[in-house]
Write a protein that binds this ligand. Structure first.
Ligand code: NAP
Length: 252
């Protein structure tokens, strides 16, 4: 749902959201939908030029969108991004850890090297830890901080254990186990933050047409971003420590 004034502008409110990997794909669309809800959106991009282009596109749509250089695998760059947010806004209300890669090994464990695993974990797991820890002091200053980790149903241990289920023939250990680890991080943060207003949940977009899969996904980015946006905008009674898709709870 978009919230627009009669001038076609999104009605502004005071929440600030950061989406990592927001220069394209699901990240860009998540930023667009949060912006349409009136949030100020910071588009994290490892290439500032691509981030600026994406932010300009959203700004031309009337949204309060700004690029932010952010390579999630570079701790100095992440620290610098947090410092910039603190300087400009003093806090952060929503963090969507969206940046992710599949890596180049698409097979089962016996075909992967430790380096294959490390490369994917660097972005999909260690990057999320680095970014989240850098942004936590800012999220703690929000009245209602929200952290959304963009996971995948292919990382669900429960679904993978079903040898007659939808993932019976799918065994890409690097990417899948990175999302399993991301789910574990989601739960761990939710436990650590359970006595604070901050809610931490995992969003599962579903198979969405983006560069990540050569646009073979059967959903549009508009559909794929819906769950992350819903979890980013949860009210005070919303859940924490859950994994969800657009139909409800996804088993861990
Ligand atoms: P995408 O179009 O390939 O976009 C990935 C984004 O992540 C790009 O902006 C990319 O930036 C960025 N990124 C990669 N490494 C980064 C780094 N080190 N630092 C900062 N940004 C980095 O893929 P997508 O489909 O939108 O994926 C977004 C998220 O959804 C991922 O976490 C993915 O695992 C998850 N997901 C996707 C699907 C699907 O079917 N598409 C399904 C389930 C989950 P560059 O442009 O610079 O490469």
């Amino acid at each position: 749902m978009t919230d627009r004034t009669n001038h076609g502008q999104a009605r502004r409110e005071d929440r600030v959201a950061l989406v990592t990997g927001a220069n394209k794909g699901l990240g860009l669309e998540t930023a667009r939908q949060l912006g349409a809800h009136g949030l100020t959106v910071l588009l994290g991009a490892r290439d500032l030029g691509r981030g600026k282009q994406a932010a300009d596109t959203l700004a031309a749509e009337g949204l309060d969108a700004h690029p932010l250089q952010l390579d999630v695998t570079d701790p100095a760059c992440v620290a610098d991004a947090a410092a910039r947010i603190e300087e400009r806004y003093g806090r952060l209300d929503v963090l969507v850890n969206n940046a992710g890669i599949t890596g180049t090994c698409f097979g089962p464990p016996s075909t992967a090297t430790a380096e294959d695993l490390r490369e994917v974990y660097d972005t999909n797991v260690f990057g999320v830890l680095t970014v989240t820890n850098a942004m936590l002091p800012l999220l703690r200053r929000s009245r209602a901080g929200r952290i959304v980790n963009v996971s995948s149903t292919v990382g669900s241990l429960t679904l993978n254990a079903d040898l007659t289920g939808e993932f019976a023939g799918y065994n890409q250990v690097t990417y899948q186990s990175s999302k399993t680890a991301l789910n574990a991080l989601t739960l761990a943060y939710s436990k650590e933050l359970r006595d604070t207003p901050i809610k931490v949940n995992a969003a599962n977009p579903g198979f969405t047409a983006t560069d990540m899969n050569g646009h073979r996904g059967h959903q549009s980015v508009e559909q794929g971003a819906v769950t992350a946006v819903r979890l980013a905008l949860l009210g005070p009674d919303g859940p924490t420590g859950t994994s969800q898709d657009d139909t409800g709870t996804v088993p861990w």
